[in-house]
Design a protein around this ligand. Sequence first.
Ligand code: ADE
Length: 224
Amino acid sequence: MRFDIISVLPGLLESPFAHSILQRAQKKGLTEIVVHNLRDYSTSKHRNVDDYPYGGGSGMVMSVEPFARCIEKLKEEREYDEIIFMTPDGVTLNQSLANHLSDKKNIIILCGHYKGIDQRIRDIYVTREISIGDYVLSGGELPAAVLVDAIVRLVPGVLSDETSALSDSFQGELLDAPIYTRPADWKGYKVPAVLLSGNEAKIAEWRDEQALERTKERRPDLLK
Ligand code: ADE
């Protein structure tokens, strides 16, 4: 699976992909993540990528041309399943959308900045607009990193124990049950006895009950 991320601040995306699971996925050849500097596609002398908004108003708008040039170049090289724009007014990312996207082969992600991007990019190229939540960040880079992480960990072979992605909170309808590791007694705070019992059926039952309780308490909306 390949991601091409287009950004004015490519440096912001170096660290999130250079560690842990995302790094391993790339080393294993299971995913390729390429970040493109939007300024390399500017046609202006000063490598500008934005301009004043038509009709007035505050803030700058990211221009059509640099995005269009970068996208067209990428589309000449391979076919893309999706061109995604990260934006707070997009569809909110959830596990089912991440699952759906983890089946794709090639995805372009556009990161916006300033006031936003020229609507024509959205109309002409973008196939999907995704938000990571109801709050506004300074740009689309951190949302893009969140999206890529959520997708890549679902790609078969990326997690060493494939079932561990399947048992994540949200993968079923319920949140995860509480988990513990050694010591069994830390300063009088004890691990629930059932987990030390060795009785697999009882442990599974306890986990199901706990997951249901936690979901009722924290996310009753998931039970509807
Ligand atoms: N860009 C700025 N804020 C965002 C958000 N919440 N989700 C996706 N992209 C964004």
